[in-house]
Design a protein around this ligand. Structure first.
Ligand SMILES: NC(=O)C1=CN([C@@H]2O[C@H](COP(=O)(O)OP(=O)(O)OC[C@H]3O[C@@H](n4cnc5c(N)ncnc54)[C@H](O)[C@@H]3O)[C@@H](O)[C@H]2O)C=CC1
Ligand SMILES: O=C(O)CCC(=O)C(=O)O
Length: 410
């Protein structure tokens, strides 16, 4: 099932549990604005290349729209639409005053030089600068983008509107927030701890398999390792490796930093990346692409818990198979909300012109993640549903209430 159909399906199931009427359902589902732009840049060799960029602004009933910008060859409008909608429910689950948006450019950032990436980011910003803003839509990093990308967007945007650090989050520390780079991975760990505590378990001594070793996957791995969890398999686009005794994550981070790859690390054996998702473990954490758990592999998954650090890693068909097997899934719109929560702290700091220390950022993040988990559990009890529907009903209900209060449902 494609990402948008899957997201719409989860929304409709939640809407039914909440008893929303069809007019309100429609107004919650239809995106506010869909932007598509062609970005032509000179390549380093003098030829011209054109890339298609999107920004889908889904909903602003609860505040400015918020969400990352992804650079990946598979970026296409339906998926960006789904990701934008997920942001609307995620910011509501996290109880931060934002709506949802997402953007992306169809390109392979690994094939572009740094100066080509800078030119592409600046052209994209020139095309959308009038449609984003501190109180309208605030982008952030996602797959294939990082703090440097955000610094280029800020610089280009500021040429048109004056210096405006709060127009993007996930920026370098000079005007960003301490703790933002680690925030999604840290939030994943807080969420995992909250879930495991329900089962009388903790991270220490449990086995973890992690798909993706970029921003989210590497921070989640590092923090799990620090807490005594055993990361027994990891993968990225360059390959996968396993070690039943636990991978030395600090050494792997050094190896990745030095070589740019997981390949030829001597602290583990290489493995088939497709086997990674069905590898024996206590906790599986997908931290890369959407739809990786699907009807082809769901029946073979051996993990007892799945923490959705990636956005929409589980196809609805897989959801059904996994839930019949008794696998507990912590859904993306909660599990990876640490990133956007610290983005909110960054935005607040930029607007106030006052920087928090890292301890305060992490303490506040833990407070928001813990509270959201308990709010989700309450929805699970009152609607007799699983964690995904608990999170969806929580998020959709908050957005529905704001929509009605603003008189937008008609
Ligand atoms: N960066 C953030 O703050 C947030 C990211 N997310 C989600 O987390 C996921 C990862 O994002 P980031 O870590 O920021 O991206 P990133 O670009 O820093 O890292 C992505 C990682 O996935 C790996 N990867 C790509 N294709 C793969 C494949 N076929 N098999 C295995 N690994 C593969 C890459 O090699 C890389 O290690 C995405 O789904 C993103 O939407 C969610 C919330 C916030
Ligand atoms: O930090 C943000 O504003 C958005 C992060 C994001 O794109 C996501 O949570 O999927």
């Amino acid at each position: 099932m494609n990402a948008l159909a899957a997201t719409n399906r989860n929304f409709r199931l939640a809407s039914r549990l909440l008893g929303l009427d069809s007019k309100l359902e429609k107004s919650l589902l239809i995106p506010f604005r869909e932007i598509k732009v062609e970005c032509t840049i000179p390549k380093d060799d003098g030829t011209l290349a054109t890339y298609v960029g999107f920004r889908i602004q889904h909903d602003n009933a609860r505040g400015p729209m918020k969400g990352g910008i992804r650079y990946h060859p598979e970026v296409e409008p339906d998926e960006v639409n789904a990701l934008a909608q997920l942001m609307t429910w995620k910011t509501a689950v996290a109880a931060i005053p934002y709506g949802g948006a997402k953007g992306g450019i169809g390109c392979n950032p690994r094939d572009l030089s740094k100066s080509e990436l800078e030119r592409l980011t600046r052209v994209f910003t020139q095309k959308i600068h009038d449609l984003i803003g501190i109180h309208t839509d605030v982008p952030a990093p996602d797959m294939g983008t990082n703090a440097q990308t955000m610094a280029w967007i800020l610089d280009e945007y500021s040429k048109f509107h004056g210096h405006s650090p709060a127009v993007v989050t996930g920026k370098p520390i000079v005007s960003g927030s301490l703790g933002r780079e680690a925030a999604t991975g840290r939030g994943v760990v807080y969420a995992t701890e909250a879930l495991l505590a329900e089962y009388g378990k903790s991270i220490k001594g449990m086995t973890f398999v992690i798909q993706g070793f970029g921003n989210v996957g590497s921070w989640a791995s590092r923090l799990i390792h620090e807490k005594g969890g055993k990361v027994i398999a990891v993968s990225d686009i360059t390959g996968a490796l396993k070690n039943p005794n636990g991978i030395d994550i600090p050494e792997l981070l050094k190896h990745k930093e030095a070589t740019g790859s997981l390949k030829s690390f001597n602290g583990g054996d290489s493995m088939d990346p497709n086997e990674l998702l069905v590898h024996e473990c206590d906790v599986l954490i997908p931290c890369a692409l959407g739809g990786v758990l699907n009807r082809e592999n769901a029946a073979d998954v051996k993990a007892k818990f799945i923490i959705e650090a990636a956005n929409h890693p589980t196809d609805p068909e897989a959801d059904e198979i996994l839930s019949k097997k008794g696998v507990i899934i912590l859904p993306d719109i909660y599990a990876n909300a640490g990133g956007v929560t610290v983005s909110y702290f960054e935005w607040v700091q930029n607007i106030q012109g006052f920087m928090w220390d890292e301890e305060k950022v992490n303490q506040e993040l833990k407070k928001y993640m813990t509270k959201a988990f308990h709010n989700i559990k309450n929805m699970c009890q009152s609607h007799d549903c699983n964690l995904r529907m608990g999170a969806f009903t929580l998020g959709v209900n908050r957005v529905a209430r704001a929509t009605i209060l603003r008189g937008w449902e008609a």
